[in-house]
Design a protein around this ligand. Structure first.
Ligand code: ACO
Length: 441
């Protein structure tokens, strides 16, 4: 294989080195392109841009493969737990028994929030979206420990990482309680990570929530399947913020904001809203599919399609199975599951979806599991954020430990006006150009 790419521009030929990853992914290294040629590359939405080299997660979207640190997602889903997988993602290897115990102890020791932080929850209006609370409170939590405000410190990284993983779960549960006007429930050290989350979400001061192992396993699996996904929108955001040497908590809070949108982590909420709307309208999904294909409808089949997967998302396969299992065990019959299955069946046979290689993604069935557990819809993206925390932390660590890491600073092609001059206020005319309307609320 040639190790150089040739580029012909303005009558000159330039040689550009190529790079090959451990799974034979290939890239043209253009880091010197502008110096050499005066040109930059333009790639809307970064679909062809490798922004970094990373050793954390491998995806082959054409073949539907996902591996964390080389281990297939199917093996981890069957044999591991979220916390063991979090260790794997952050530290690069499966933990020994002693390492896992130490990690688990650190999480337990760091679960509690500073008591004063409770007052911050009071400032949010009753129906504040928990993603807004989560991002704000992750930043607020960092203010209670001056060492968290400093840039990466290898000596404290283990503590900071454990604190973030543990406290994000406490913050998430507290924001749910706050949004429902319910008293806050503190974590219990006897419970493991996911059981503790369910306890903080659903126990009452006068009655503990009954922790069912099947429910713990289903939610733990959702966390595990979301734990990392290479350079998606939120992880790339975390790396972007981390590249400025902002601290871990600030970088993760930015990740939460990026995750919130309906095209990313907000999709699990959007899927269930879509399924509810279809069900309410008496449609079995067929009319909705027809509307989706008409671009003027502005509708998308939420939970379908992926920038990287042009095949069935391997996480969606696992979640679909887990969804069937949990609903069976809990003896729940959810009409939204029937609508979802019919939508999937119809879409997978339809040329529109076949030609565009649109398959169910991780969000298509996860919301139905969460509904069965009793997690309210506005908390769905928060569950995604809790799960994604190890991936963000590992990516932060990769940047912080790389001595060659530079600030992320893309360029642009400017398409605005060429040189103009300042016009004094009294000489300006109304050109009809965009401006706030008179009655803008
Ligand atoms: N429903 C209908 N049509 C779709 C869908 C969909 N869900 N997704 C893509 N398409 C169509 C587009 O309209 C476009 O059609 P065209 O070629 O005729 O213009 C074509 O498929 C390519 O779509 P893009 O938007 O260019 O694909 P992109 O890679 O930019 O977007 C995305 C990927 C955002 C995930 C998209 O598929 C989507 O909006 N899906 C629904 C939202 C969703 O489920 N998001 C969760 C993603 S997974 C995650 O973040 C965890």
């Amino acid at each position: 294989m040639s190790t150089e790419a040739k580029l012909e521009l303005d009558g000159k030929v330039y040689s550009l080195p190529t790079v090959e990853g451990s799974e034979h992914e290939k890239a043209i290294d253009i880091s010197n392109l502008r110096n050499l040629t005066g040109y930059i590359t333009l790639d809307d939405g970064y679909a062809n841009t490798g922004s970094c080299k990373s050793a954390i997660t491998f995806i082959d979207g054409e073949r539907g493969i996902l591996r964390y640190r080389g281990i297939p997602i199917e093996e981890l889903a069957e044999k591991s737990t979220f916390i063991e997988t979090a260790f794997l993602i952050i530290y690069g290897h499966l933990p020994t028994r002693a390492e896992l115990k130490r990690f688990s102890d650190l999480l337990t020791e760091n679960a509690i929030l500073h008591e004063d932080l409770k007052y911050h929850f009071e400032g949010f209006p009753p129906h504040a979206h928990p993603m807004a609370i989560l991002s704000a409170m992750i930043n607020a939590a960092s203010c209670f420990d001056p060492t968290l405000m400093q840039r990466f410190d290898n000596g404290r990284f283990d503590l900071h990482a454990a604190r973030l993983i543990s406290q994000v779960r406490t913050i998430a549960a507290f924001s749910y309680r706050k949004s429902r006007g319910l008293p806050i429930i503190y974590p219990k050290s006897a419970y493991k990570y996911t059981a503790n989350f369910l306890h903080m979400m659903f126990s009452m001061p006068y009655e503990d929530y009954e922790i069912k192992p099947e429910v713990v396993r289903a939610l733990d699996l959702i966390f595990l399947l979301h734990a990392d996904h290479e350079q998606n929108c939120s992880t790339a955001t975390v790396r972007m913020v981390a590249s400025s040497q902002a601290n871990l908590f600030a970088s993760a809070a930015a990740g939460v904001c990026a995750l919130w949108g309906p095209l990313h982590g907000g999709a699990n909420q959007a899927v269930v809203e879509m399924l509810e709307e279809i069900h309410r309208s008496g449609d079995d999904g067929s009319r909705f599919i027809t509307a989706v294909k008409d671009k003027s409808s502005g509708k998308r089949l939420m939970g379908f399609g992926h920038r990287v997967y042009k095949n069935y998302d391997p996480r969606a396969k696992i979640i679909k199975q887990a969804c069937d299992n949990l609903l069976n065990v809990l003896q729940i019959s959810d009409p939204l599951l029937d609508v979802a299955k019919h939508l999937e069946e119809t879409a997978l046979k339809d040329p529109y979806f076949i030609e565009r290689k649109l398959y169910p993604n991780v969000d298509f069935y996860s919301g139905i599991i969460m509904r069965a557990i009793g997690i309210p819809i506005e908390m769905f993206p928060v569950i995604f954020a809790i799960g994604r925390m190890p991936g963000w932390i590992a990516n932060y660590k990769e940047i912080a430990e790389d001595p060659k890491s530079r600030i992320y600073r893309p360029r642009q092609i400017y398409i605005g006006p060429t040189l103009q001059h300042y016009v004094p206020l009294h000489q300006r005319k109304n050109t009809g150009a965009s401006a706030p309307k008179k009655n803008a609320a």
